[in-house]
Design a protein around this ligand. Structure first.
Ligand SMILES: Cc1ncc(C[n+]2csc(CCOP(=O)(O)OP(=O)(O)O)c2C)c(N)n1
Length: 723
């Protein structure tokens, strides 16, 4: 489904969002314009050198006194308490418990520059436990991210603010991914780390050398997707990935011991990670652990024992500080205990200055990176920039046209999954940034183009990922890859297992990321594997997700066109629903237009005007419609056939185009080997639907089509009954 009007406009978001849309908005946009850096991004002497005369980098990589650290961490705690109190909702416990970890990470280790939140070589920080969003907003405010003002903090969780309940990518600067559904952020981070390793292997450490840090809670690690993510990261030896686990032993119901007794350190170790336990309120221990993680040859888990709601005298350490305001009395007592005397939303100038200086400490590193980028061989630099910008259209169109020319010269009846592989051979040759994969169904999904090398340790230059039987982790990692930029992720599984990917697909759609899901075995047409494997409601369920395009091409030509549209959809994910069974090539003759671009078009006009019947179908059912048209013609009933490869594009196309596709026949019939839901938009309430209304069965597919009435005879009969 395509979205309607965009979500509520924000106060600062429009300005910021425009910068967030293009990866590398600062450096890269500057490069493209032929200038290195915008003047306003150049450092002044004051921003690089501190009054003390030492560089920002040096000052803030050195440990500060415990008292100084505590005051900086308490600034985070105070902002979290106050913002949640003012909003009358939110989660103060996590930010208060995690403040020490965040202070050490952001002021001493994390490489970033608030002046250019999209700097491609920044370290990525993912707050997987998105309910702790105030931790992130307080950090972004204190570090000096543009637009993240104290007013935004005061408007936490309010309409139009850039401080929504859970962090939303593209909505607030510095938010790397949208989190809230637990476990997703952790799996996104695995994808980010994959993208980093790959781009470093291709372009070198001078321009790609950054780490990925995830802050994950008990809930993140309880969710099943975390196991898929952890196992994949361990297997791929993603040593630049570090999970900071907020081991506070508390979730909503109370102590995690109510429902969990996993030893997380052992769990991660068994998946190939380096893992250790530390006191998560001890800055020195935190720094030592992060330092060790940075030098590890394996991904690292740092299990940080913390106290939820640290500082709150009666609610701290309990679930009472997890997800509701602490209340004025508790806040007053916490202020006292923490030694924090400033009024709500006020940060003492010296602490603010320390945070700002920490925010600026990597400015020189960023500028040095820009110099290194500028020094790259021009062709290499241009390619790097092209990949980061995600520009592919100029390469895709000629490649697709070539495929279509080949198919026009030598029409091929083939399964659309095979047609997809045929298209992929051509597309991956011109778009080396495409990173494919499959959840252990490579041979069935046909997602591995012939020339693709496998992505694996220690040589990460390959572009095909064996994800293992991990659909959810795969889809979520693809979100992280797309968010990272520089790669175009696609991968495969059976359409029926889109259910196993759905939480990640939904987030890709919410974040408007270009992620492409090849989902084969798209109907009862898969045959003998039976109803467990036969998608029935899946097309409708996927079409229900806003911003997601669901393509169901009818033949090899449409498959190539749908690939083109998916690759060109930079503002959202796409599903390619493909057949297991062979289908005839219905589009013969070369047509340079991408006919699928309007979502539905007349494939065959009626043999005589005016048409009395319009037959609409998608995918493998198009050939049934074509046969039914012949049967009706034999009865002197003129019928036209309309191919509907993409509802979303159809519904978004201009009224005139939609009317042309729908036509004016008395009878509308739709044929799709799925449920009717959604089709009324095309055939109307009075239209006839030939499809499925219950689960399928196990049998050879032709028999199943006959059994369930998906035949040309039945379609013609349905039309005749209405005349
Ligand atoms: C997939 C998913 N299920 C449920 C929730 C609702 N929820 C939010 S936080 C949370 C658990 C809180 O425990 P923990 O992760 O340990 O966070 P902490 O209490 O330490 O802040 C739950 C169940 C969610 N956000 N995502």
């Amino acid at each position: 489904m395509l979205s309607g009007p965009s979500p509520v406009p924000t106060t600062a978001a429009p300005r910021i969002a425009s910068r967030l849309q293009v990866p590398g908005a600062g450096a890269i946009a500057g490069l493209i314009a032929g200038v290195m850096t915008k003047p306003d991004r150049l450092p002044t002497a004051n921003t690089i050198a501190h009054t003390s005369g030492i560089s920002a980098a040096a000052a803030y990589s050195n440990p500060r006194s415990r008292a100084e650290h505590d005051r900086m961490a308490n600034a985070l705690r105070a902002l979290a308490m106050d913002a949640v109190e003012q909003a009358k909702s939110g989660h103060p416990g996590l930010p208060m418990g995690a403040a020490d970890i965040a202070t050490v990470l952001f002021t001493r280790f994390l490489k970033f520059d608030p002046a250019d939140p999209a700097w491609p070589d920044r370290d990525r920080f993912v707050l997987s436990a998105g309910h702790g969003s105030m931790l992130l907003y307080a950090l972004l405010y204190l570090l000096g991210y543009e637009g993240m003002t104290i007013e935004e903090i005061k408007h936490f969780r309010q309409l139009g603010s850039i401080t929504p309940g859970h962090p939303e990518h593209g909505h607030s600067p510095g938010v790397e991914t949208t989190t809230g559904p637990l476990g997703q952020g952790l799996a996104n981070a695995v994808g980010m780390a994959i993208a980093e390793r790959h781009l470093a292997a291709i372009f070198g450490a001078e321009v790609v050398d950054h780490a990925t840090f995830v802050f994950a809670s008990d809930g993140d690690l309880m969710e099943g997707v975390s196991q898929e993510a952890i196992a994949l990261a361990g297997h791929l030896q993603l040593n630049k990935l570090t999970v900071l686990y907020d081991d506070n032993g508390i979730s909503i119901d109370g102590a995690t011991a109510l429902s969990d007794s996993v030893d997380q350190v052992k769990r991660f170790e068994s998946a190939g990670w380096a893992a250790l336990r530390i006191d998560g309120q001890d800055p020195a221990a935190i720094a030592r652990a992060i330092d060790a993680a940075r030098r590890s040859e394996r991904p690292s888990l740092i299990a940080c024992r913390t106290t939820i709601g640290f500082g709150a005298p009666t609610k701290g350490g309990t679930e009472k500080s997890h997800g509701s305001p602490l209340g004025p009395e508790e806040i007053a007592a916490a202020r006292q205990r923490l030694g924090w005397s400033s009024p709500p939303f006020e940060i003492p100038a010296d602490i603010r200055a320390q945070w700002r200086a920490a925010g600026e400490r990597n400015r020189s590193a960023r500028l040095a990176w820009e110099q290194r980028l500028a020094a790259l061989d021009p062709a290499r630099r241009a390619e790097f920039v092209r990949r980061l910008r995600g520009d592919s259209a100029e390469r895709v169109a000629p490649a697709v046209n070539k495929v279509k020319e080949t198919l026009a010269q030598e029409p091929k009846d083939m399964a659309t999954r095979a047609a997809s592989e045929f298209a992929l051979d051509a597309l991956t040759a011109v778009l080396p940034e495409m990173i494919g994969g499959s959840a252990d169904l490579t041979g069935s999904n046909n997602t591995r183009a012939k020339a693709m090398k496998v992505f694996k340790a220690p040589d990460y230059s390959g572009t095909f990922i064996h994800y293992g039987v991990r659909e959810h982790g795969m889809a979520s990692a693809m979100n992280g890859m797309a968010l990272h930029g520089g790669v175009i992720p696609y991968s495969g599984t059976f359409l029926v297992f889109s259910d196993y990917c759905r939480p990640a697909i939904r987030l890709a759609a919410l974040m408007r990321q270009r992620v492409i899901y090849v989902m084969t075995h798209d109907s009862i047409g898969l045959g003998e594997d039976g109803p467990t494997h036969q998608p029935i409601e899946h097309l409708a369920a996927l079409r229900a997700i806003p911003n997601l395009k669901v393509f169901r091409p009818c033949d090899a030509v449409e498959t190539a066109e749908c690939w083109q549209l998916a690759l060109q959809s930079k503002d959202g994910p796409s599903v390619l629903a493909l057949t297991r069974q062979t289908v005839p090539q219905l589009r013969t003759g070369f047509d340079a237009r991408n006919r699928c671009a309007v979502g539905a078009y007349e494939l065959l006009a009626a043999e005589a005007a005016p048409a009395q019947v319009s037959l609409f179908a998608s995918g493998s059912e198009l050939s049934i419609a074509v046969e039914a048209r012949k049967l009706l013609a034999a009865r002197k009933i003129p019928a036209r056939v309309v191919s509907v490869p993409c509802f979303e594009l159809f519904l978004a196309s201009p009224q005139a185009e939609r009317s042309a596709a729908i036509g004016a026949a008395k009878i509308n019939v739709a044929i799709e080997a799925g449920i009717r839901q959604g089709w009324n938009e095309i055939i109307g309430l009075a239209g006839t639907f030939v499809g499925m209304s219950n689960f399928g069965a196990s049998a050879p597919y032709k028999e199943l089509y006959r059994h369930f009435g998906l035949t040309a005879d039945k379609v013609a009969e349905a039309a005749l009954n209405r005349l």
